[in-house]
Design a protein around this ligand. Structure first.
Ligand SMILES: Cc1cc2nc3c(=O)[nH]c(=O)nc-3n(C[C@H](O)[C@H](O)[C@H](O)COP(=O)(O)OP(=O)(O)OC[C@H]3O[C@@H](n4cnc5c(N)ncnc54)[C@H](O)[C@@H]3O)c2cc1C
Length: 402
């Protein structure tokens, strides 16, 4: 039988995290803004909140909980994967903001040299670097290996020319990790390298793109004779495809997401029951049988999402990198996000589609109406659901490629 109960050590660690959060979370962050994450993907937050988050990050740095599983020499806390999960879970349960490191850090940890680890990892923990991901191009999204951004060798440097698109957060990032073509004559998966460089390097132009919900988290990024040292290649030159794939496996396994979704459902339930009791007319919980049944389905799915995440965690704790398992988690959790958003707007009834944060009829600061629109993109970002299903079919089930 699978036993999900904490061991005595895990239970003690859970108590330690809860107590730390109760004693240390700044007051300003205890009142959680329900519209947090409304735009996501690198969009701006208010100056007050940014200051409170900076203070909070300092406390988490001291506690070594920013990159909990990393070695201490790079600012980590050397926690086990399970302790890391407990940390994420407790932060989500108490709705405490979780400062972390970008997935590129985990990729450098697996494939980087000691010199690269020393140079790039500590500033991630300190929050001094903000990274963006330069993978997609106008002609290569799902077929990523078709990318054309060219990096030609010139002594100890590469000179980059080309264009990326859909680069989330490039307008605020000061670093980028990019896939570039270093051998145009090799078969397409073989001539690619994974390169790290500063967004302040001469020759980079960032042009923002507006999204349908009004957010501006996306960009086009143009490179014109951008000079980057060869020593910034992670892994072997021309073998960057495999480094980039490791990165996507980390990105898709999204450990924290399932816990957050369960919390979101709990917050929605509490809100709707409160509105029913107040008889405000802002909930259709008691009058819409179908929506109520849908909510029960979402609750079942929240448990499935958590179990999928637990599988990924148990693999990671054994030192394995989840591959098609990460794709399963990604498909399920992102499609689940969209189902939660649809169910919420049904249950919130006639006011459910008001996105305004502070309007008289806004509910939960317009969070769900925003989520209804913004969650559409979650099944595209990080590789579409169709592409994930291809990975599961071929690498997971051994079915023939089409
Ligand atoms: C919110 C968001 C954030 C993003 N952030 C970044 C970022 O920071 N950096 C970055 O590099 N990219 C980013 N992207 C881009 C994202 O990775 C691509 O949009 C995605 O990989 C799909 O590529 P595409 O848009 O070119 O669509 P296409 O590849 O042109 O696909 C179009 C449609 O065809 C389907 N399709 C394509 N090939 C197959 C196939 N073999 N089998 C079945 N169906 C197929 C797709 O599923 C899709 O429905 C982001 C995207 C979104 C939505």
């Amino acid at each position: 039988m699978v036993d999900f109960a904490d061991t005595p050590e895990q239970a003690a660690f859970r108590t330690e995290v809860k107590t730390f959060l109760e004693d240390n979370l700044p007051e300003a962050l205890k009142i959680r803004d329900d519209s947090d994450g409304r735009g996501g993907f690198g969009e701006d937050i208010s100056a007050d909140r940014a200051a409170a988050l900076k203070e909070w990050r300092g406390k988490l740095i001291d506690k070594r909980w920013i990159a909990p599983a990393w070695p201490k020499e790079y600012g980590g806390g050397e926690l086990t994967t399970m302790e890391q999960f407990i940390l994420n879970e407790t932060f989500a349960e108490t709705r405490s903001p979780r400062a972390g490191v970008p997935d590129v850090g985990s990729t450098i940890m697996v494939h980087g040299t000691d010199e690269q680890k020393k140079e790039f990892l500590p500033p991630m923990v300190a929050g001094d670097t903000r990274w963006c991901q330069g993978y997609s191009e106008p002609g290569s999204g799902s077929d990523l290996a078709a990318l054309q951004t060219r990096a030609g060798r010139d002594g100890d440097d590469f000179i980059i020319n080309g264009q990326k698109i859909w680069t989330s957060g490039a307008h605020t990032a000061n670093m980028i990790f990019a896939l570039v073509r270093t051998d145009p004559d090799a078969p397409k998966h073989r001539g690619i390298s994974y390169l790290l460089f500063s967004m302040e390097t001469p020759g980079i132009t960032v042009r923002p793109l507006e999204q349908m919900h009004g957010g501006r988290g996306f960009n086009e990024v143009f490179f014109e004779d951008v000079r980057v040292p060869v020593k910034n290649v992670v892994g072997e030159i021309n073998r960057g495809w495999y480094v980039g794939a490791t990165h996507l496996d980390f990105e898709r396994s999204s450990i924290g997401m399932a816990v957050g979704q369960e919390q979101m459902l709990g917050a929605l339930r509490d809100y709707l029951v409160g509105e029913e009791e107040a008889d405000s007319g802002k909930s259709s919980m008691s009058t819409n049988d179908q929506a109520r049944a849908d909510f029960a389905d979402r609750y079942i799915e929240a448990n499935v999402a958590k179990t999928l995440s637990q599988r990924v965690i148990s693999m990671q704790s054994r030192g394995q990198i989840p591959n098609y398992e990460a794709s399963m988690t990604k498909v399920f959790s992102t499609e689940f996000n969209q189902r939660i958003a649809r169910t919420s707007t049904k249950l919130l009834g006639k006011y459910g589609d008001i996105r305004d944060r502070d309007g008289d009829y806004s509910q939960m600061r317009g969070r769900w109406a925003t989520s209804y629109v913004s969650s559409v993109s979650s099944t595209l970002a990080g590789g579409t659901s169709e592409v994930q299903r291809n990975v599961i079919a071929t690498r997971g089930l051994g079915l023939p490629r089409g």
